[in-house]
Write a protein that binds this ligand. Sequence first.
Ligand SMILES: NC(=O)c1ccc[n+]([C@@H]2O[C@H](COP(=O)([O-])OP(=O)(O)OC[C@H]3O[C@@H](n4cnc5c(N)ncnc54)[C@H](OP(=O)(O)O)[C@@H]3O)[C@@H](O)[C@H]2O)c1
Length: 264
Amino acid sequence: MRVLVAGASGLIGTHLLRALRDRGDEAFGLPRFRTAPWTVEGAGAVVNLAGASVAGKRWTPAYKQEIEDSRVRTTRAVVEAIGAASHKPRVLVNASAVGYYGGRGDEVLEERARPGGDFLASVTQKWEAEAQRAPIRSVQIRTGVVLSAKGGALEKMVPPFKAFVGGPIGSGRQWFPWIHIADEVSAILWAIDRDLTGPINLVSPGMIGAPPAARPQETRISTLTGARGAPEDIAGMVRFLCGPQARYITGQAMHVNGGAYFGS
Ligand SMILES: NC(=O)c1ccc[n+]([C@@H]2O[C@H](COP(=O)([O-])OP(=O)(O)OC[C@H]3O[C@@H](n4cnc5c(N)ncnc54)[C@H](OP(=O)(O)O)[C@@H]3O)[C@@H](O)[C@H]2O)c1
């Protein structure tokens, strides 16, 4: 199958292109929106991952506009290109984010939950609304923080801890919805191949649910990750800092839940 990917040069796109080619698909990155004309003629699937980074840059009014336009306008252009094609792709898999829900404390959130009311929640609603206008099957992947040994959030989080200057992010008590890059890519392939439509939450089920006071080791993790979840990806860092007891922290303390927790 021929698969076209917008935002292909980013963390998820790079891994996705490799995975598509590894399984025998023809995968191509689309040029950046407005830099060249787009056609999706003859493609079997389109994946749209484009969006200016929400991290690492100050949110001035101009940059907030860029965060929104790079998602909403790119998605609109993708949907228009699909509408214009005489041989349409079968599916559009469009990036979205758990930011859709806003900060919701300990509320357990599923796809039917109402959206939040902050800036990112508002952008995400507009982003998804554009994707849902596609005249083909359309899937919106509400993704948690993608963790990868190279690139993404973990790369930014680890160095301060290695230098012993890391600390909680925000209050240190917020849930930390995360997903490993390999699972993210597998889920996108799954969304391309299976007959599902609409928003899906892409987060790991491995979250720690007990109050930190009840489990001292988990409190330690809270400090390390700035959150109440401990991704396996930071196991090495936890072991480095906590010594032998780390195996309790990164192993048995995890529990699997079929749903997903978000919020702050
Ligand atoms: N990584 C995460 O933790 C995470 C979590 C939730 C949701 N998401 C969403 O998933 C998508 C992909 O994430 P990612 O981590 O792969 O992002 P990324 O590494 O920042 O890559 C995003 C890609 O979007 C394109 N892009 C950047 N600035 C743009 C702009 N101003 N206008 C239009 N396109 C622009 C670029 O691709 P080209 O140069 O190829 O155009 C860039 O490589 C994003 O929309 C992101 O919001 C990511």
